[in-house]
Design a protein around this ligand. Structure first.
Ligand SMILES: Nc1ncnc2c1ncn2[C@@H]1O[C@H](COP(=O)(O)OP(=O)(O)OP(=O)(O)O)[C@@H](O)[C@H]1O
Ligand SMILES: [Mg+2]
Length: 242
């Protein structure tokens, strides 16, 4: 299993945090979920936790990760971030070095580290994808999500020399739609960037997702037999095999 996975998207609101929280729930034992959305953290909201300390304390005050990590309540650990702190969204070089040194130090304690990044192509998104062994890109069938997803891959390829991207197609009407979206993306990436695309899985649009978010619990804990939960569990199985 690849140990470090950054979950990103060009367009916002496509389901990164939902995917990250539920993958962590599926992988649970010895998984760490890092909230990499440094200005608008959401992982705590989806888990119904209120962490006292955040990644900011680790970066600014040099607190050891052990004092910042919290138990999610669902079997995995969380490194929370803070919300409404614009300067944190622009992780400077020094802050970034401190953060990744700390993550490298604790990496051995976990089998997998998932990072829920911010949307877009900002510096923190690039930094987390540079650090992570595997870049997972979330898209939906929306044309704007596809063009923004392409733009993200282009930047990660040009700036970080990444050549392989793992796709999750979220909010599909059915598997056929998801596969068609992926096949199109794969051929565009191959033709224009010479990059490889792998499909991790397609997640159906499912009202259970919103219900879980409202109840501030992972979908996999709340409605494990829903269609979206089963699709995410299958993606976790694929990750275990990589
Ligand atoms: N499979 C799905 N079925 C139905 N609704 C979904 C699904 N996935 C996500 N959503 C909806 O999309 C919203 C956004 O999801 P989420 O917060 O996970 O996206 P995000 O990519 O992390 O957003 P941001 O870019 O703001 O961080 C959720 O509130 C949820 O209502
Ligand atoms: Mg999010």
């Amino acid at each position: 299993m690849s140990r470090t996975i950054a979950i990103s998207s060009g367009k916002g609101g496509v389901g990164k945090t939902t995917l990250a929280v539920n993958l962590a729930t599926a992988l649970a034992s010895r998984a760490l979920l890092v909230d990499g959305d440094l200005g608008l953290a959401n992982v705590d909201v989806l888990l119904g936790i209120e962490p006292r300390r955040t990644l900011r304390d680790l970066v600014d005050q040099g607190l050891p990760p052990s004092e910042v990590l919290v138990e999610s309540g669902f079997g995995f650990a969380v490194l929370p971030a803070s919300s409404g702190v614009p300067e944190m969204a622009r992780l400077d070089q020094q802050g970034s070095a401190a953060l990744f040194a700390a993550l490298d130090r604790i990496a051995a304690e976990f089998d997998v580290i998932l990072v829920d990044t911010a949307a877009g192509i900002g510096p923190s998104v690039l930094a987390f994808n540079d650090w992570a062994a595997l870049s997972c890109v979330v898209i939906t069938p929306d044309p704007t999500s596809l063009t923004d997803g392409y733009a993200l891959v282009k930047v990660l390829h040009n700036r970080l020399q990444k050549n392989r991207f793992y796709f999750v197609i979220n909010e599909v009407a059915d598997q056929q739609e998801g596969k068609a979206v992926f096949t199109h993306m794969r051929s565009v990436l191959a033709n224009f960037l010479g990059c490889q695309a792998e499909l991790l899985g397609c997640i159906p649009q499912d009202a259970a997702v919103r219900e879980a978010i409202r109840s501030r619990q992972p979908l996999l804990a709340q409605q494990a037999s829903s269609r979206a939960a089963r699709a995410i569990a299958a993606i976790a199985d694929r990750l275990r095999q990589l």
